[in-house]
Design a protein around this ligand. Sequence first.
Ligand SMILES: *Cc1c(COP(=O)(O)O)cnc(C)c1O
Length: 369
Amino acid sequence: MNLRIPGPTPCPDEVLEAMGHQMINHRGPEFQDMLRRITENLKKVFDTKNDVLILTGSGTGAMEASVVNVLSPGDVVLAVSIGEFGDRLAEIAQVYGASVVRLSFTMGTAADPEAIRKTLKENPSIKAVLVTHNETSTGITNDMAAISQVVREFGKLLVVDGISSISSIPFHTDEWGIDIAMSGSQKGYMVPPGLAFVSVSQRGWEASKAAKMPRFYWDFGRAKSYLARGQTPWTPAVSIFYALDVSLERMMEEGMENVYQRHARIAQQARDGVKSLGLSLVADERWASNTVTAFKIPPGVDPGTLLQRLQSDHDVVLATGQGSLAGKILRIGHLGYCTDKDISLVIDALRSVLPKLGFQPTPSRARRS
Ligand SMILES: *Cc1c(COP(=O)(O)O)cnc(C)c1O
């Protein structure tokens, strides 16, 4: 199956095989070695000297963990949202009692750093800024370098959802001064769902000491003290650790620069392919994501039938739109274990199925005037 959704993503055979390992004592020496090795490799992926914690849970667990570990009820936070995942982070903060100032941007565009600056100027009580690096619902990557510069000017705590970008799109935790950065195993890591990763800066630790939101399972302080002993506070998803150990070695062998370049090349191929069919991208291409490409379903084409025919006739699985974009768009995931060939098969499948559903793609290699 050509599983082209933005997580879970396909896994290489050697990663799947690693998960067949017999269980071990998660408080014993083998796990300790593996946890230390994985943590060191994750620091390279996050490009950080900060602590990196590994949590058993999905990406949303890391989002909730990030909020409850650095905030107190009543804290004013700025939630910058360019789509579904930005809204989710805002909602989590709200559920736990933060006073959320929302700054939302039109779907398909990136956050404007100047608008963030203006909002921070107008609301001096803001304590932290929550922002999505790569918005998976629309296929947009925010300019983190520019945004982090603004947030640092004001000295605010910066919490970044890099769940669908870190490991696939350049991400520089320390250079950008990101206090909390999070990611998840089933996105660019070529590993099944089950683990989430969070980096915590010195300022992040100070915030966590003062933070009053309730937490137990997700407590960063406990995770740090157990990590010092080569353990996790609670029983970890051991099989996913085995998978991650192998996949991170693969990534280190390929080299992060090469991993990023491969994602950039394949993403360009996906966008060019979609446009060559006469379909429209959701993203303003200036900020188009290198991990997911969203396109509009042409008028008259039934989204359910399109997805079904792509799968039944071509073994291609794409992702639907979320929230207000449900039924309006489809998304192609091209993160993690993905080749040029995987994407050309997606474009070929669309070229074959769309005419049967009433949309005539632009003929192959045609020039449009
Ligand atoms: C997938 C994703 C999440 C949520 O992760 P889950 O593992 O589904 O809980 C959050 N943010 C972004 C940007 C994502 O792509």
